[in-house]
Design a protein around this ligand. Sequence first.
Ligand code: FEO
Length: 170
Amino acid sequence: MINERVLNILNSQINKEFYSAYLYLAMSAYFDEKGLFGFSDWMKVQAREEMDHGMILFDYIIERDGVVNLTSIDAPEKTFECPLQVFEKAYEHEKYVTSSINEVALLSDNECDLATRHFINWYISEQVEEEANVLDVIKKLKLFGDECTSLYHLDKEMGERTYAQHTYKE
Ligand code: FEO
């Protein structure tokens, strides 16, 4: 049976992962409105990965004989100014998720829950990738700007991202 404090923080992390999916879907909708369908698809792939992150936590809790507690998901921000601002907000959000994952690791250590401490390593590595992916887009948007031709080409490149289901035991 999993420690209650660890269980609570894992359930809270499920909510954060599904909120992340909501946020990225809101960003996807913004890009659809602007006709930037490649950016929109990139965000949809991101949202699906976030749902995977939530489900991996869900399955882990069940495996540890814990109780999954699904709570309300906040409405995401939906008003954005420009593509660069969207990705800057995504970057801020990912840094927040990283700090949240770090808290899970620290609590697992403090509670001597070595199984969860080991499990959460997957997320620690994943967050390095998550932040880097968003930062990569920010750099390109800063370098090439929001000018039409650049955006057109970048939009095509962004649309090439494909979804592959994230699993913990891969
Ligand atoms: Fe699941 Fe983007 O953190």
